[in-house]
Structure formats: structure tokens, C-alpha cells
Design a binder for this molecule. Structure first.
Ligand code: ZN
Length: 321
């Protein structure tokens, strides 16, 4: 049943208007597709390119992913050096870096992927200034909070559920991956977290590029199901940093980051979320050493803030072939 409607979206950030048509359907449990969105191609956009894509690192867990005509923004955090974020229970963290692009200077964004509702992943500035019409795929917890903030199109996914987004003949499937933002019972007092599996595919054909974003998670048992379901991850974005709250790690440190690589076996991986706040205790150099020790350096693509990684899917997996 069609529950959605035609939505007029004003992408005010760039002074550009586009008609977004969001259609939400409930599907059978087996397929686990719980949302379907159709995003029209903007007349100002260049022709859809499936030969190569890019990851632009803004800072913290914020990246801009461009591929197959889609422009995605993850965990938008545009606060500046010296700004504070609140993590709940009176806990604060101070940003020690600047984003490499301002919120106002973002390109037109088709979709935001939000791992969880924490101020360092969806900050006060973003809550006020991000275009309220942009669809946001996230957890049930964060979707509810986003609605309260006035965002018009949050889409919630439970673990293993998917949303399918179509644009200009291309299809992106976003599947929620298990995340656990703290050890044992501590995770119960922290916001629920989704990892995200982004599968870029043409409708009905084999996947041709797959990106896994871990979200803020520790290594936990349910992660073992990821390589069973998705044995062919092209690129993993690892939320590292070894964030410590009340003496406990709540994001992966160097050792856990390596464990993640060994577990999900991506062809390539990019660490993000590692040096932007004063609560990060596991520096990137520790991770680099651990990766070398585990003989996994060949998989790593290290990005400084503001750098772009261009990827090229294998030719035999490009659209239309
Ligand atoms: Zn975080």
C-alpha cells in the first residue's frame, strides 16, 4: 500500500528546488525492505557516472559519498574547534578540529545516513540549519528525535532491515547493520546505533559496489552475521577513536579496529572518527601500528580531513554489464 506522497523539497542550502517523490511501502518480512524512495535527478546534475565514485572526508564521522548519481552525507557534524557537544548524563566532549567544509557550502544532498543520535554525529548547528526536507535513514530512536526537531522525512530501520532508494535508473539499498555503543549493560544507557551497508546496484542485478559503515560500535557477537550475509564488502568506513566515557571504551580502539577488519574482510578500509574530540583516546598511529602487525596495511586507505578517496569498482561489475 502506498503510504507516502509526492513531496516538494526545497534544497534551500544551495537555493535549488527539486521535487522528491518518496514512496513508502511495507513489504513482506523476507525481503526486509521497509522503505522505498524515488529521488528525481536534478536538471543541474551531470550525467550519472558508475565508473568511479568518491569519499570526501569532512571530519569526525562525516563523509560525502558520491556514486552512481547519488550524493550521500553521513553523520553530519559541522561544529568547530572549541565547541562542546553533550553526550547525555552531563557528559561533554570538546571538538579539537574543524570540519573541512561548512554546512552552508554542502553540495545538494540526496540522503543522510545517520548512525545514531549523539551531538557529535548530528550537532546543534545541523539540527537548526540542515534542510528539513532531506530524507534521513537512521535508528527508530533517532528518527523520533528528528521528527521532534522538525525533520520531515526520517526513515527508521531496525537491524537487518533495508531501505531502497532509486534515482535515474540506479538503485541504492541501505541495510541497517548491528551496532553496540558500549560494553554490556552500558549500551542500554547509550543511544541505539545502526551500522549501514550501502549496496549500489541496478535493479534486479548483482551488487556492483558495497560500502559498510560501522557506526559507533564495539566488537560484539552479532557482527559475525555481517560477513555471512555480505561476504563481498568493497570498502569499510571504520568509526575508531577509542572514545572513553566514564572510564569505558564506547567506540573501537586500535585493537578492535583490526578485529573488525579481520571479521568483515573488506577489500579496502578507511578509518574515520579518530581525532576530532578530546574524548578520543586511541590515536590513528596506534591503529596504523596494529594494522601493520596484523599484515593488513594493503587494505588501508588513509584520508586526512579534506581529502578524497576515488574508487573504481571492477569493470565487470559496472552497471549495464
Ligand atoms: Zn561518535
Amino acid at each position: 500500500m502506498v503510504l507516502g506522497a509526492v513531496l516538494l523539497v526545497a534544497l534551500g542550502l544551495v537555493g535549488y528546488n527539486a521535487a522528491h517523490q518518496a514512496i513508502i511501502r511495507k513489504r513482506d518480512e523476507r525481503s526486509q525492505i521497509v522503505h522505498e524512495l524515488d529521488i528525481p535527478r536534478r536538471s543541474t546534475e551531470s550525467p550519472t557516472n558508475t565508473k568511479s565514485g568518491s569519499i570526501y572526508f569532512v571530519g569526525n564521522a562525516t563523509v560525502i559519498i558520491r556514486y552512481a548519481g547519488f550524493t550521500l552525507l553521513t553523520d553530519p557534524n559541522f561544529l568547530h574547534k572549541g565547541d562542546h557537544v553533550h553526550l547525555g548524563y552531563g557528559l561533554q566532549a570538546k571538538r579539537v578540529t574543524n570540519p573541512t567544509i561548512e554546512l552552508e557550502d554542502l553540495p545538494p544532498i540526496d540522503l543522510v545516513i545517520l548512525s545514531h543520535m549523539h551531538d557529535d554525529h548530528f550537532d546543534k548547528l545541523v539540527q537548526q540549519k540542515l534542510d528539513k526536507a532531506i530524507p534521513i535513514i537512521t535508528t527508530g530512536h533517532a528518527a523520533k528525535a528528528l521528527k521532534h526537531m522538525g525533520f520531515k522525512h526520517p526513515y527508521s530501520l531496525d537491524t537487518w532491515q533495508s531501505a531502497v532508494i532509486r534515482k535515474d535508473g540506479q538503485q541504492l539499498r541501505v541495510t541497517a547493520m548491528p551496532g553496540q555503543h558500549g560494553p554490556g549493560i552500558v549500551s542500554g544507557v547509550l543511544p541505539p546505533v545502526n551500522g549501514a551497508m550501502l549496496t549500489f546496484e541496478t535493479s534486479g542485478k548483482a551488487p556492483f559496489y558495497r560500502i559498510y559503515i560501522t557506526g559507533d560500535t564495539l566488537i560484539h557477537d552479532e557482527l559475525a552475521r555481517i560477513p555471512e550475509q555480505f561476504p563481498d564488502i568493497d570498502l569499510a568506513l571504520l568509526h575508531l577513536g577509542g572514545t572513553r566515557v566514564l572510564g569505558m571504551f564506547v567506540t573501537m580502539d586500535a585493537r578492535q579496529g583490526v578485529r573488525m577488519l579481520e571479521l568483515v574482510i573488506p577489500k579496502e578500509a578507511i578509518p574515520i572518527h579518530y581525532n576530532d574530540y578530546d574524548r578520543f583516546e586511541s590515536p590513528l598511529t596506534d591503529f596504523q601500528k596494529a594494522v601493520e602487525k596484523a599484515s593488513l596495511s594493503h587494505k588501508m586507505r588513509y584520508l586526512k580531513h579534506g581529502e578524497t578517496y576515488a574508487f573504481t569498482p571492477p569493470a565487470n561489475r559496472q552497471a549495464g554489464e
